[in-house]
Design a protein around this ligand. Structure first.
Ligand SMILES: [Zn+2]
Length: 182
């Protein structure tokens, strides 16, 4: 078990458009470590750049709901179609203590690769669709605060400043991740 440090709001890696995964050898270990990290933080989704890695990869576990029996792994995911609209209060492991009501499409068609590199396509709705869109946003450098109106953003401004200052400190001491080569 290896729990990695979660990168917080303000860290430049969270504004990056992440690179597509080309090399699948050894990715299992990274994915296992990401799950350990996500569970430790009580999250339901985690993107690779949230642990400091510039890779187009994210994981989701909503198996506590009736929507899914097992955790999801999505590599090089791309939303190719979407439908409907709904709102939901979203939190984010990179913005602790902040919850914002975000409007997003209700259903999405996602094209993605498995950890074996196999391409798949699937339609997701409900919490899965919500979590997938949140994580894909991360891999495009987008936060929930970018998805809400200015007035809502203002309401969490001081909290964001606080987290940003913390992220700056963490960057100074952040260890370069060893052993993951992709
Ligand atoms: Zn997040």
């Amino acid at each position: 078990m290896a729990v990695m440090d979660i990168v917080h709001y303000g860290d430049p890696i969270l504004r990056k458009k992440c690179k597509h995964v080309q090399q699948f050898d050894g990715i299992d270990r990274l994915i296992a470590d990401m799950f350990d990290t996500m569970y430790e933080a009580d999250g339901i989704g985690l993107a690779a750049n949230q642990v400091g890695l510039d890779l187009h990869l994210f994981i989701i576990d909503i198996s506590h709901t009736e929507e899914a029996d097992e955790p999801f792994i999505f590599i090089n995911g791309d939303i190719i179609d979407s439908e409907g609209e709904c709102e939901y209060d979203e939190g984010c492991l990179s913005i602790p203590g902040v919850t914002l009501n975000v409007v997003r499409p209700e259903a999405i068609d996602l094209k993605y690769q498995t950890e074996k590199g196999e391409w798949k396509k699937h339609t997701f709705t409900g919490l899965a669709a919500r979590a997938i869109q949140h994580e894909i946003d991360h891999l495009n450098g987008v936060y929930i605060v970018d998805r809400v109106q200015e007035i809502d953003r203002m309401s969490v401004k001081s909290k964001l400043k606080e987290i940003e200052a913390q992220a700056k400190e963490e960057q100074k001491t952040r260890q370069t991740l060893q052993g993951y080569k992709f």
